[in-house]
Design a protein around this ligand. Structure first.
Ligand code: F6P
Length: 365
């Protein structure tokens, strides 16, 4: 058994779930138990559980047979930022700094390291705790693929696979009925899912947050296709897409969430406006959380396995405040501060946008 100084390793999953979380948990826990003889502590429901002291020691059987299982065996939450913790009071919901509760529980459970698997919100928290001297390491997760300092987050490939298959299925029914099909996918601030699945699925129009669209351009493109004899069109819309003369469509505002704004509804709006302006029969499908469910793709299982074992390795080297990251084909570690400088949105001159334009796809600009 190797010596690492890691006797008790904590793991938590924060923010929205995505396929591959369990594969990361497994690839941290197995080597921690086998090679370092460490006890692995699972924090239940992300940072909410850390603040509330909900944790349990994991046994080898807990982390076996989960590489292909979606969701997270630990549970997660997007409402538990310890520095902005929502508390029900007689005055309503108050957002308070409960980081001292989290630190107390971290110490109470004698953690030598805490590996937090999450997206942008989680990495901000990792950074703050690492600056306060706690032994935090980050693993980048999100179907949105919008974290900086890594080429890709795990979960994205699985979401892309589901979205592409959905577009393929919509293609056949759109063609049979000569309809316009609008498919809304997740992606709040970055259009990676819409762009990737739109290109892979051969969408005619792709609308992403990075390129505000003009209604007329969208109508013209659909009508032109119809006049040329293509009797159907596929429109792939990111939930965060917005018209140049308008705003994003907000479904709900919830003060308890780390990001209080929940998007959704742009697909319905696009569908209604297209049908009204072109007279073409239109249907709308919202993929939403379907994109986050189910088994991780083989790519995500492999990436998650590399990420988890590297996260444990950097923890054993005492690299606190670091996040594992994919650079080319290699998994490495970068300061988490690099990952939270700004969101990784789609560059307007990206090869994928240029290639999509080359095959006749419009972005409505
Ligand atoms: O960040 C991941 C994500 O799936 C976004 O694409 C989406 O806007 C959001 O989470 C949905 O959050 P919730 O699960 O709270 O509805």
């Amino acid at each position: 058994m190797k010596k690492s100084g890691l006797k008790r390793v904590g793991i938590l999953t924060g923010g929205g779930d995505c396929p591959g979380l369990n594969a990361v948990i497994r690839s941290i826990a197995k080597p921690a138990m086998t090679y370092f003889g460490a006890t692995v502590v699972g924090i239940v429901d992300g940072f909410e559980g850390l603040v509330e002291g909900r944790m349990r020691e994991l046994a080898p059987k807990d982390v076996g047979g989960i590489v292909n299982v979606g969701g997270t065996i630990l549970g997660t939450s997007n409402k538990g930022n310890p520095f902005m913790f929502p508390v029900e009071t007689p005055k309503g919901i108050e957002v308070l700094d409960y980081s001292s509760h989290a630190i107390h529980n971290y110490k109470d459970w004698h953690l030598d390291a805490l590996i937090a698997i999450g997206g942008d919100g989680t990495m901000h928290i990792v950074d703050k705790f690492a600056d306060m001297g706690l032994h935090f390491v980050g693993v980048p997760k999100t179907i949105d693929n919008d974290l900086s300092a890594t080429d890709v987050t795990f979960g994205y490939d699985s979401a892309l696979t589901v979205a592409t298959e959905a577009i393929d299925r919509l293609h056949t029914t759109a063609s049979a009925h000569h309809r316009v099909m609008v498919v809304e996918v997740m992606g709040r601030y970055a259009g990676w899912i819409a762009l990737g699945s739109g290109v892979a699925g051969g969408a005619d129009v792709i609308l992403i947050p990075e390129i505000p669209f003009h209604w007329d351009r969208v109508f013209e493109h659909v009508l032109l296709r119809s006049k040329r004899g293509s009797r159907f069109s596929i429109i792939c819309v990111a939930e965060g897409a917005k018209p140049a003369d308008g705003e994003v469509v907000v479904k709900e505002t919830d003060k308890k969430r780390t990001d209080p704004i929940r998007l959704g509804g742009i697909g319905e709006l696009v569908g209604a406006r297209i049908q009204e302006a072109t007279g073409l029969e239109t249907r709308v499908v919202v993929l939403g959380h379907v994109l986050r469910g189910g088994s991780p793709s083989p790519y995500d299982r492999i990436l998650a396995t590399k990420y988890g074992s590297m996260a444990l390795q950097i923890a054993s080297e005492g690299k606190w405040g670091y996040m594992v990251s994919l650079r080319g084909n290699e998994v490495t570690a970068v300061p988490v501060k690099e990952a939270i400088l700004k969101l990784r949105t789609v560059p307007l001159d990206s090869q994928l946008i240029l290639s999509a334009r080359a095959v006749g796809t419009t972005f409505g600009d």
